[in-house]
Ligand binder design. Structure first.
Ligand SMILES: Cc1cc2nc3c(=O)[nH]c(=O)nc-3n(C[C@H](O)[C@H](O)[C@H](O)COP(=O)(O)OP(=O)(O)OC[C@H]3O[C@@H](n4cnc5c(N)ncnc54)[C@H](O)[C@@H]3O)c2cc1C
Length: 391
């Protein structure tokens, strides 16, 4: 088999890149370890920045999102016994975020790629990439019991945080990893219940952080800060709802309970690898960087990476110009480090650290007071939350 761009990973980064390349007439093949159904049913992110929404709409992927997604013009910060709204729309001159689940975006992307004749190989195994320093790279994999060799001009490593492709960049001599682990995790639930709030609530409390989020009018996604070693079995539904109440009631709010059909513990870390290119390999999305979910940046950064890559590959195929490809790492990293800073900042402002002193707590509250009372500070939060325009 031969294609122009071989893509490892059918997550938001890999599928979106394949879609964008198709629109400019560049061929690609996408391979993924997981089956289509598993990809379409894995619930992860749910908040799309304005730039992501615009790109989906501009490239023919807006229909279901426009119908089923929810535009949120604001978010709420709960602390010190009150709730304070950040008006994203006003503070950013008319920008907002869309609540539309990542797996719904993937359903739309897969359907569109297949309708456009795209070549997506689900359920592959033994992915092996070779020839990155030559002009003819190969991706070998097993699909439906047969060994396949895909020859391509470029390989895109879009294989998520459990990446294989990142490790193709030699560590130390070329690749440097930047890493931070946090001393807490999130206990996440999915519940069949009506929304507890019209807009997301990020709550600071003495018992730890809470996020009240939503996926649809009947499915709610909520999290509370927990120890990374927390055992899900120790948390029957009643105890979970009591914990939400204990953390939210001091701010005069609460949750509407319902049957919980999923519980998980999400580990927190910040990670960036540099460079994001090695020979004919380009990394995109979680394969190159991960953020704690507090800033809702992960999927959006993945889309932003491939937006840059699409243009760079477009320039290469239209005029053999490698300038944008050569600049890929530098261009993408500017936004990635900004996203890292924002995610770290939101995390540090809202969570309880186990070694925090009373001084640290007072400082956090002063910061929350600042971002909810100073228009300048609120604008800073709002602009970063809705995301930088894709340029
Ligand atoms: C609970 C949770 C909540 C989140 N909330 C948000 C949010 O609100 N907003 C936001 O922007 N982000 C959020 N994120 C982060 C977001 O989901 C990720 O950043 C996003 O999935 C990254 O997309 P990706 O395409 O880079 O990687 P992935 O989505 O991880 O896709 C990678 C794909 O590569 C495949 N793969 C892996 N190894 C191989 C291999 N060797 N060969 C072939 N295929 C392979 C995998 O099967 C997978 O399908 C959240 C994440 C979690 C877990």
């Amino acid at each position: 088999m031969r294609t122009q761009v071989g893509i490892v990973g059918a997550g938001p980064a890999g599928l979106m890149l394949s879609h964008l390349l198709h629109q400019r007439g560049v061929d690609s093949v996408v391979v993924d370890l997981r089956g289509r159904q598993e990809i379409e049913e894995t619930i992860k992110a749910g908040i799309l920045e304005q730039g992501t929404v615009d790109l989906l709409r501009q490239t023919g992927l807006g229909d279901r999102m426009n119908r089923d997604g929810f535009v949120h013009h604001g978010i709420n910060l709960a602390f010190s016994g009150g709730i304070h709204r950040i008006n994203l729309y006003e503070l950013t001159g008319g920008r907002s975020v869309m609540v539309y689940a990542q797996h719904e975006v993937l359903i739309d992307l897969i359907a569109k790629r297949l309708a456009d004749g795209g070549d997506l190989r689900f359920g592959v195994s033994d992915t092996q990439v070779e020839g990155l320093e030559t002009e003819q790279s190969t991706i070998r994999f097993t699909h439906e019991g047969e060994q396949q060799t895909l020859e391509c001009d470029f390989v895109i490593g879009a294989d998520g945080s459990r990446t294989y492709s990142r490790f193709l960049i030699p560590e130390g001599t070329i690749r440097k990893d930047f890493f931070r682990q946090y001393p807490f995790a999130w206990f996440g639930i999915l519940a069949e219940a009506p929304p507890s709030s019209d807009e997301l609530i990020y709550a600071h409390s003495e018992r730890g952080f809470v996020l009240i989020s939503t996926r649809s009018p009947s499915v709610q996604r909520m999290y509370f800060q927990c120890d990374p070693a927390t055992n899900i079995d120790d948390w029957p539904d009643d105890r979970i709802w009591e914990e939400f109440d204990a953390r939210l009631s001091p701010s005069g709010t609460g949750v509407t309970p319902g049957p919980i059909f999923r519980k998980d513990v999400l580990q927190f870390r910040s990670f960036v690898c540099e460079p994001m290119q090695y020979g004919r390999l380009f990394l995109a999305g979680d394969a190159a960087h991960t953020v704690p979910p507090t800033g809702a940046k992960g999927m959006n950064l993945a889309i932003a990476d491939v937006h840059v890559l699409d243009r760079a590959l477009g320039a290469y195929y239209s005029s053999k110009d490698t300038g944008l490809l050569d600049a890929y790492t530098q261009t993408a990293l500017r936004r990635i480090w900004r996203g890292q800073w924002f995610s770290f900042w939101m995390t540090s402002m809202l969570h309880r650290f186990s070694d925090a002193t009373d001084f640290d707590l007072r400082r956090q509250l002063a910061e929350l007071e600042l971002v909810t009372s100073s228009p300048t500070a609120a604008k800073n939060l709002a602009e970063n939350y809705v995301g930088l325009p894709l340029t």
